[in-house]
Design a protein around this ligand. Structure first.
Ligand code: NI
Ligand code: MN
Length: 225
C-alpha cells in the first residue's frame, strides 16, 4: 500500500515501500502549506518546472535530507549547482528508481527560475509506484495529447491543475479528465492565491455528473492506494 498526502497547491508527498517522494514542494512562502520545509524529509523530490511555486523548497529539502531531485535536464543542472543531488530526465523519457518509475510528459506552460533564467520545458509527471500510476499534470493548458498519455500509461490517479489564469480552469480540466480517463481525479493548483481561487467542489461535481470518480483532498489529508 502507498500513501498520497496533499501538501497544498501542486505539492504532494507519496510514501511507498519505505521511501518518501515529494512532488513540487512549495511550502515556505505558501500561505496554505501545512508544514514548513524544515519539517519535510524526502528521499526523492520530483519537480515539474522551475517556477517558484513548484521548484519551491526542493533544494533545501534535498540538501537537508540527502534526497535526490528528479527533474528536467535544466532544472537538474541548476539544483546540482546549488548543492543538491539530482537525476536529470526529459520529456518523454522514463527511468526506474528504487521506489518506482518516473516519466516526464509534455505540459504547455513556461519554466523560468525565480531569477528569470531558463528552466527548460515544463513537464507533467507520470509516477508509478506499487503498480499504480499517478499523473501529475504540472502547470498546463489543455492539449489533445493527454489522450495519448492516458492510452499509453493507464492512469489510476490524475492530479490535475484547475485554478485557471495560469493553467487550465475547471471546464478545460474536466475535458482533460475525459481525455486521460483516469480511475480517480483529484484537483490541485487552486485557492493558494486570489488569481486561482476557483471552486474545486464545482469541478468535482461536474466530473460526478459525467460519471467520473473524483475527490477533493483537504490540505494535509492522505489517501491510501
Ligand atoms: Ni508555473
Ligand atoms: Mn504554478
Amino acid at each position: 500500500m502507498a500513501r498520497l498526502t496533499y501538501l497544498s497547491h501542486s505539492g504532494w508527498l507519496i510514501e511507498s515501500a519505505g521511501y518518501k517522494i515529494c512532488i513540487d514542494p512549495f511550502l515556505d512562502g505558501n500561505p496554505l502549506a501545512p508544514v514548513s520545509a524544515k519539517e519535510v524529509k524526502a528521499d526523492f523530490i520530483i519537480v515539474s518546472h522551475a517556477h517558484g511555486d513548484h521548484l519551491g523548497d526542493a533544494i533545501p529539502i534535498a540538501r537537508a535530507s540527502g534526497g535526490q531531485i528528479i527533474a528536467n535536464f535544466e532544472i537538474a543542472n541548476y539544483c546540482q549547482a546549488h548543492g543538491a543531488q539530482t537525476h536529470a530526465l526529459h520529456i518523454g523519457g522514463a527511468h526506474s528508481f528504487p521506489f518506482g518509475r518516473v516519466k516526464l510528459t509534455p505540459a504547455w506552460h513556461g519554466s523560468s527560475f525565480p531569477d528569470g533564467s531558463y528552466g527548460g520545458s515544463p513537464a507533467g509527471i507520470l509516477l508509478t509506484v506499487e503498480g499504480k500510476t499517478i499523473y501529475h499534470s504540472g502547470d498546463t493548458g489543455l492539449f489533445m495529447d493527454m489522450q495519448l498519455i492516458g492510452e499509453m500509461n493507464p492512469v489510476d490517479i490524475f492530479l490535475v491543475c484547475i485554478g485557471d489564469n495560469f493553467t487550465m480552469g475547471i471546464d478545460d480540466a474536466v475535458k482533460a479528465v475525459e481525455l486521460v480517463k483516469p480511475k480517480l481525479t483529484i484537483p490541485m493548483h487552486y485557492k493558494t492565491f486570489g488569481l486561482i481561487d476557483v471552486d474545486a467542489g464545482e469541478f468535482v461535481g461536474k466530473l460526478h455528473q459525467k460519471k467520473f470518480r473524483a475527490s477533493l483532498l483537504q490540505i494535509n489529508q492522505s489517501y491510501d492506494f
